[in-house]
Design a protein around this ligand. Structure first.
Ligand code: PGA
Length: 244
């Protein structure tokens, strides 16, 4: 899978051009592997454009609010996301963990809320630079994965995104990516197998490094931030048009 995470970027004209470009560049089978996650305010329009152009790209939301919170000004729950056309949702992205203090209890509630509505989950995990330097990467990842054990999930993927690699232009050594994916797969497999759709890598992915990363064992897809904003670059990643 190739997931385009636009974060807080985009506009209606950009959405239109992006989907236009994607429809010209990607055939149906390539489109089927793509999940576009624009800001929530563009989901509905994106869904209409996708239907109008008969594209096979899926939509994902970048966040979901937990229905456990009884009254939440500004909240958007899973029912609403589905109505807007989302089939997937990102949960646990490091930017939400950091800036919104999203910790395990809240993330668990979000996982449960998304699952209840049948949304497919992309659960993001990753170690900080400090964790890495202290040799705690695997320990931290296992702690973050732990809540999947309690969540009773529908269908989910895990996105491994080292926090220090996001937006930095740096990626881990390829053997580290492979080894960490292997350990994540083993860890998730040790407590649940049903509904597990595999592990993706995210963090400074672009068309220069994507082919090499995708060729690693256990890497089932890519979560792409900055490089997904330009549709041409995103399509290069999807099509494996390596610039190297
Ligand atoms: P990046 O972001 O590709 O810009 O590093 C990835 C992400 O945060 O999901």
């Amino acid at each position: 899978m190739f997931i385009a995470n636009w974060k807080m970027n985009g506009s209606l004209p950009m959405l239109f051009h992006w989907l236009e470009e994607a429809s010209k560049t990607l055939d149906k089978s390539a489109q089927k592997k793509c999940i576009l996650c624009p800001p929530a305010c563009f989901l509905y329009e994106a869904s209409n454009m996708i239907k109008g152009k008969e594209l096979s790209i899926s939509l994902g939301a970048q966040n979901i609010d937990s229905t456990v919170i009884p009254s939440l000004t500004g909240g958007i729950d899973g029912v609403m996301l589905k109505e807007l056309g989302a089939k997937y949702v990102l949960i646990g992205h490091s930017e939400r963990r950091k800036f919104f203090n999203e910790e395990n209890q809240l993330l668990l509630e979000k996982l449960q809320s998304a699952s209840k509505e049948g949304l497919r989950i992309i659960f993001c995990i990753g170690e900080s630079l400090k964790d890495k330097e202290e040799g705690k990467t695997i320990k931290v990842l296992k702690q973050q994965l732990g809540i999947l054990n309690d969540a009773g999930l529908n269908k989910f993927m895990v996105a491994y995104e080292p926090v220090w690699a996001i937006g930095s232009g740096e990626i881990p050594k390829l053997e580290d990516i492979e080894n960490i994916h292997k350990q994540i797969i083993e860890e998730v497999g040790s407590f649940r197998k049903e509904g597990f759709l595999g592990v993706l890598y995210g963090g400074s992915v672009d068309s220069f490094n994507s082919r090499q990363i995708l060729s690693l064992k256990g890497v089932q897809g890519l979560l792409i931030g900055g490089a997904s904003l330009e549709c041409k670059e995103f399509c290069n990643v999807v099509l494996g048009n390596n610039q190297n």
